[in-house]
Design a protein around this ligand. Sequence first.
Ligand SMILES: [Zn+2]
Length: 234
Amino acid sequence: MILIMFGAPGVGKGSQAKILSEALRIPHISTGDIFRENVANRTELGRLVKVHMDNGLLVPDEMTIGLIMDRIYNADCKSGFILDGFPRTLSQVEHLGRSLKAEKRSIDTVVNITLDDAKIIGRLTGRRVCPSCNLVYHLAYNKPHNVGRCNKCSSNLVQRVDDTESTIVRRLQVYHAQTKPVLSYCRDRYVVVDVVSEDDIDDTTRNIFRSLGLAAIGTSDEGSQYMRLSNGCA
Ligand SMILES: [Zn+2]
């Protein structure tokens, strides 16, 4: 199953992609995570990426496309993968479609998570992330068990440089200008499901699973199992 997670920064697509990745046992490929990792490790790619991310700008196409194409040809992507943060431009989505077609594969579903800009700003300024395992928390909606500490690895949570209000406003402008055409392009060619981002992360997960024709067995806590419905309604 090849899925694309779509939506403005702050709608929770990264968190949902992680849940889907565990449930479907396919890799979650986040351009943001890959870029941040390279920045943290001070690689050459990281140095180039940092200049763009700190200014709320998109990383240049050729850099991102090369990186993602390398990644999706890894053996672990054979039975599918979930893209998060890619494609963000028409050139990226066209390139991806061509590459997959050459391998007789295609994008199965684009999950478009929606939310008002005003709500996004509120959500992002309250977002905290774990610098070790990349888990995402929120001061109001998804609090860690212990204040300021990651539930999984106990690292001190941090606010991303690009989660400040002025950067967020610029990121939303970039999103609306450059990314929305990609969604229109996808609507003409692939299955696109629209899911509203609820305040409760579990509600959003349930809506996504339902729209993909996936049934949850048990809860969304760690270790839960999911199955594909035979009469999938995606
Ligand atoms: Zn952690």
